[in-house]
Design a protein. Structure first.
Length: 285
């Protein structure tokens, strides 16, 4: 986001030695009182003037509830504030979904967070959790996105799914839906499908990168989800291809790259983040 010209005030919900894709990690988890204290400091200096709030990985329900309070307060000050929420709860491995945060976060996301969010970026499993509905076909996915719109957000992007891609098994599908009610009461909906080449490795942080890029590109192309998603997913592809190439070189011939080898090559991808060459096209549905 900073590379793309955004001024960012970062609050670390956790301060860990490394991400949790490694065998071991040490560190601290910020609680709701500590978050509140940091926010109070910003407020006292009258610098709590924001255009966007972006949230990701959280493990604590009271922390999440505090985020909702802060977002609501910021929206009272600035009715145009856009809250981008990545509802990080879990994922599917070999077709089976499981949560990697405490289960009591689900009702807080569903009942409190999603209704105040403007843009949400769940994966398929998280979209199913939030709506209580399974996705087997693209039609199911579109209906689930409609259910999510009805909960509040104008923009819903299912960042990854295990749906069959028209381009074949080597592609991963993401789906996006943008719904806007115009001043005269008419409704505009744009739906898109993005198919990107699968990369055979487990990366950590791709969801965070996706949410940040989507914030940036929807800001630059506010009424064009197709272009915003093409730039987001193309930038992701550049980063992942560079990462896997570098990881394989570090691991050496015939060896499987480890977590350290697979750290996303963000700094090395600065030019691709600033101005991604469009290598993945979106289809308007």
């Amino acid at each position: 986001l900073q590379v793309l010209g955004f001024e960012v005030d970062t609050v670390n919900s956790v301060q860990f030695s490394n991400h949790t894709g490694y065998a071991h990690w040490k560190g601290q988890v910020l609680n709701s009182d500590e978050l509140h204290e940091l926010y109070e400091g910003l407020k006292l200096n009258k610098v709590n003037q924001y255009d966007y709030v972006l949230t990701g990985y959280t493990r604590d329900t009271s922390f999440l509830a505090m985020v909702v309070d802060i977002v609501q307060e910021l929206k009272q000050q600035n009715s145009n504030l856009v809250y981008v929420c990545d509802p990080v709860m879990g994922d599917k491995w070999n077709g089976e979904g499981s949560m990697y945060v405490p289960k009591d976060l689900l009702p807080v996301y569903r009942d409190k967070v999603v209704p105040v969010a403007d843009i949400i970026t769940p994966n398929q499993f998280e979209a199913e959790l939030l709506t209580g509905r399974k996705i087997y076909t693209e039609k199911d996915a579109l209906e689930v996105m409609d259910m999510l719109h009805a909960m509040g957000p104008e923009t819903v992007v299912i960042t990854s799914s295990d749906l069959q891609a028209p381009l074949g098994n080597d592609y991963l599908i993401a789906l996006g839906s943008y719904r806007k009610t115009n001043a005269d009461g008419t409704r505009m909906t744009q739906r898109i499908r993005v198919e990107s080449p699968k990369v055979d490795a487990v990366f950590v942080g791709t969801g965070d990168l996706f949410a940040a890029m989507l914030l940036a590109w929807t800001h630059k192309h506010p009424n064009n989800l197709k272009v915003a998603c093409e730039k987001t997913v193309s930038a992701m592809q550049h980063v992942l291809q560079r990462t896997i190439k570098s990881a394989k070189a570090q691991a050496g011939e015939g060896n499987k790259p480890n977590s350290a080898h697979l750290e996303l090559r963000m700094v090395q991808s600065k030019k691709d983040i600033e101005n991604p060459e469009i290598i993945v096209k979106a289809t308007v549905l």
